[in-house]
Design a protein around this ligand. Sequence first.
Ligand SMILES: [Zn+2]
Length: 285
Amino acid sequence: MRIFDPHIHMTSRTTDDYERMHAAGVRAVVEPSFWLGQPRTSVGSFCDYFDALLGWEPFRARQFGIQHFATIGLNPKEANDERCRAVLAELPRYLDKDRVVAVGELGYDSMTPEEDEVFAHQLGLAVEHGLPALVHTPHRDKLTGTRRTLDVVRESGLASGRVLVDHLNEVTVGVVADSGCWMGFSIYPDTKMDPYRMVAILKEHGTERMVVNSAADWGRSDPLLTVRTAEAMLASGFDDDDVDRVLWRNPVEFYGQSGRLELDEDASDAETFEGNSVLRGSKDA
Ligand SMILES: [Zn+2]
């Protein structure tokens, strides 16, 4: 089993996580830039963070046999903070960098006029730079927020096949499926989606344009929930090829549209995954 986690905030995880992820089959990750919990007060804080996502973190991941890519953007929450706006002028130089495979995460938090403006502006940057976009959907008033997100995407001129709409659930998956955008699901330990609900969605909507992530960050989260979802898929009758499609080939196809997703040959080498069963067996020990 090979796993590509298309949305995980490794900056807030430890080397133990990298070790466990590699042992379980995770070979590549995309780390979207987002907010840090503590509000930023200046543009310099963004630039240092982006530099870390493109320099230090790929180096750290590499020590554990994992390839690391990033998405760069002004997150929806901080789009509302006057002090952070000037980072928009810094984005073009980051969007030209090799390991940047999309603009993101963008979208809505509280659906303010400021968020509207920053979201549309950054979708324009995606068009200009030939990059796909990773779009976050709000946690409150989710269906309204998702519909409004899809309207803004349509108006942007960015092709729906180059947009991944993330943090979906049973309520929002349908409208995104109809839009032609890619569908992302964040699997969490005790809120939002869990592996079994995810399997039910895959049974109903199929595996096309579907991606699954752990969205692990500094909050309660688990970087192995991608693997747990793969196991739940197998247990419910999906085969190895279905699992490989959702947990590897789909995210590779989506971010591959950047032209920058250069994966090592041995990333797909199943020979190196023998630690997997041992890890599974000991997870409750
Ligand atoms: Zn995120």
